[in-house]
Write a protein that binds this ligand. Structure first.
Ligand code: AMP
Ligand code: MG
Length: 482
C-alpha cells in the first residue's frame, strides 16, 4: 500500500510477502513521555521525509513506537545466528520494523526501531535500550557513512521518559535505524533450520530481487557470490580505517554488505593487530586481525544455509559452495591491497608493494604508532621526520619515484584514502558523558559534524586528530549495546 501524508511516508512492505514463519506482527509497547533527542536531517531528506513534520508530535510518536503510521509494517523479524560460534534462535527481541520507505529516487529502506519493547523473540530480555548505546550507534554509524563505508544509518533517537534496569537505572531510549534491508546470514540459517525448501526458496528469491536483481532467476550460487564479494570489500574497508566491529556473529552480517549492529565496536588508536575492545570477547575471537578470517567463517555458515538450494545432490552442492568460498581470502586480499596502495599514494602495481605495506605496519606495531595519524602524517608529508620511519620512508619515496603520476596526484589520492579524523573512543565517550550525564548534546553534534567530513583536512578539525595518551587507550572496553 502506498500512502502520502504530511510526514512523507511512502511505504511498500515487501518483507511481509514472505511466509509467516519469517516475522511476527507486533502490538505496540507505548512509552510514557517520548522526547526527540536527535534527528538526522540528511537521512530524513534522503528518505523524502519532512524534517518539520518529524519534529512534531506525529513524528515523535512514531520514533517512540507508540504508533505505527498508516501503511506501515509493525513486525519483528525472525532470524537465527552463530553467536561466538554457537548456533541459536534469535530474532528481533527489541526491534520493530516501522515499514519499508520508498525514497524519492526509488530506493527501498527499512526503517526499524531499536529498543521499542518486547516481541515474541525477546527471550528473557526487556526489549529496551538505553540512551548511551543508542547515541553511540548514532555517532559511529554516521562516522562510517562519512568514511564512505556501507552502513546502516540512524534517522533519530528519542528518550522514552522511562528508566531501564541495567547496571543501575538508566534512561531508556529508542533509535530509528535505516538499512537497505535487515536480511542477515542468520535469516537464511533460520530458514534452513526451521523452515522447509519452499520457505528457503522464498527467502532466497526475495533477497535476490531486493539486492541482486541483475542475477538470473534461481542463480543461488550467484547470490552467494554477490554476498561474498560485498563482505570481502566491507571487511577490507574496516581494516583500512582500523575499525573493529566487535560482534561479528552471523546474525550481525548483512546480505546487503552494510555494517550493522554497533555494539561494542570501536576504532583503534594505537596500531596493534590483536586489539579487541569488547568486554565479552575474552578469547579475542573478533580482534582486529581476526576480522577477515571470521568473515570467511561466517560466509561458510551462510553457504551451509544455502546448500539445499545449490544442487539436488548434496555432495555436489557442497562442492559448488566450497569452490566459491576458496576465493574469499583472495577477494579480500585484493581489496585490502588496493586500499593500502591508495593509502600510500601508489597508482600502479609492483610485486613488492605488499612487502612495503607490511614493512610500514611492522614499524607501526613495534612503536605503538597511532593508526590514523601515521597515515595522516604520511599524507601531510611529515612521517619522514620521525627517526623510526626514516628507512622505510626512503623506500617508499623510491617507489613513488618509479611511477609517472605527479606529487599533486599522489597527495590527492592519499588525502581521499586516509581519514584525518575517526570516531576516537575518548571523543565518543566525552560526547556521551555530556549527553547522558548532563543533557548537553552540543559536544555530540560537533563531533558528528566533523565525522561527516573525515577527509577534509581542515584546520577546524585539528583538535579532533589528537590521539589519546596510551594510558587512556590501555584497557579500553566497550560493552554490548544493551
Ligand atoms: P545484538 O547483540 O544486539 O546483536 O542482539 C542479539 C540478540 O539479542 C538479538 O536477538 C536481540 O534482539 C536480542 N536482544 C538484545 N538486547 C535485548 C533486550 N534488551 N531485550 C530483548 N532482546 C534483546
Ligand atoms: Mg544483532
Amino acid at each position: 500500500m502506498t500512502i502520502t501524508n504530511e510526514i512523507g511516508w511512502k511505504f511498500d512492505n515487501s518483507y511481509e510477502s514472505l511466509p509467516d514463519l519469517f516475522f511476527s506482527k507486533i502490538k505496540v509497547n507505548p512509552v510514557e513521555s517520548p522526547k526527540l533527542i536527535v534527528l538526522n536531517e540528511s537521512v530524513a531528506n534522503m528518505l523524502g521525509l519532512s524534517v518539520d513534520a518529524l519534529q512534531g508530535n506525529a513524528g515523535v510518536e512514531v520514533f517512540a513506537g507508540n504508533n505505527v503510521p498508516e501503511g506501515g509494517s509493525g513486525i519483528a523479524q525472525a532470524y537465527a545466528g552463530h553467536q561466538f560460534g554457537n548456533f541459536t534462535m534469535l530474532g528481533d527481541g527489541r526491534a520493530l520494523l516501522v515499514g519499508e520507505q520508498i525514497s524519492p529516487n526509488g530506493e527501498r529502506y527499512d526503517i526499524q526501531l531499536k529498543g521499542s519493547g518486547r516481541t515474541p523473540y525477546s527471550r528473557g530480555g526487556d526489549g529496551r535500550a538505553t540512551l548511551g548505546p543508542m547515541l553511540r550507534e548514532y555517532i559511529i554509524s554516521e562516522a562510517m557513512h562519512g568514511l564512505g563505508i556501507p552502513t546502516t544509518r540512524s534517522l533519530a533517537v528519542v528518550t522514552t521518559g522511562e528508566d531501564v534496569l541495567r547496571e543501575g537505572l538508566l534512561p531508556g531510549a529508542i533509535m530509528s535505524r535505516v538499512a537497505s534491508s535487515h536480511l542477515r546470514f542468520g535469516t537464511f540459517q533460520f530458514a534452513t533450520q526451521w523452515g522447509d525448501m519452499e520457505k528457503l526458496h522464498a527467502l532466497a528469491d526475495y533477497a535476490m530481487k531486493r539486492h541482486s536483481p541483475e542475477l538470473d532467476e534461481g542463480d543461488y550460487l550467484g547470490l552467494f557470490r554477490k554476498v561474498m564479494e560485498r563482505q570481502a570489500e566491507l571487511i577490507a574497508r574496516w581494516q583500512l580505517v582500523g575499525f573493529i566491529h566487535g560482534v561479528m556473529n552471523t546474525d550481525n552480517m548483512t546480505i546487503s554488505g552494510e555494517t550493522i549492529d554497533y555494539g561494542p565496536c570501536a576504532f583503534m588508536d594505537e596500531y596493534d593487530p590483536a586489539t579487541v575492545f569488547s568486554s565479552i570477547d575474552v578469547q579475542g575471537r573478533y580482534s582486529y586481525e581476526n576480522q577477515p578470517r571470521i568473515g570467511g567463517w561466517n560466509l561458510a555458515r551462510f553457504a551451509e544455509a544455502l546448500v539445499p538450494l545449490l544442487d539436488p545432490e548434496q555432495e555436489r552442492a557442497v562442492e559448488l559452495a566450497q569452490e566459491q568460498l576458496y576465493e574469499f581470502s583472495n577477494l579480500y586480499k585484493a581489496h585490502w591491497l588496493a586500499g593500502m596502495r591508495a593509502k600510500l599514494g601508489l597508482f600502479g602495481e609492483e610485486s613488492s608493494d605488499e612487502a612495503l605495506v607490511q614493512g610500514l605496519l611492522d614499524i607501526m606495531k613495534e612503536n605503538k604508532a597511532d593508526f590514523t595519524n601515521t597515515f595522516r602524517e604520511l599524507t601531510l608529508g611529515k612521517l619522514g621526520e620521525k627517526p623510526e620511519f626514516q628507512e622505510w620512508h626512503s623506500k617508499w619515496q623510491e617507489r613513488l619515484g618509479r611511477q609517472p603520476e605527479s606529487a599533486e596526484a599522489v597527495r590527492e589520492l592519499m588525502q581521499k584514502s586516509n581519514p584525518s579524523v575517526i570516531a576516537r573512543n575518548h571523543r565518543v565517550e566525552a560526547a556521551l558523558e555530556a549527553a547522558v550525564e548532563h543533557g548537553n548534546y552540543g559536544v555530540m553534534e560537533n563531533l558528528v559534524k566533523v565525522l561527516q567530513n573525515p577527509y577534509a583536512y581542515t584546520d577546524e578539525q585539528e583538535d579532533y586528530c589528537v590521539a589519546p595518551g596510551s594510558s587512556v587507550t590501555a584497557g579500553y572496553r566497550t560493552y554490548c549495546g544493551t
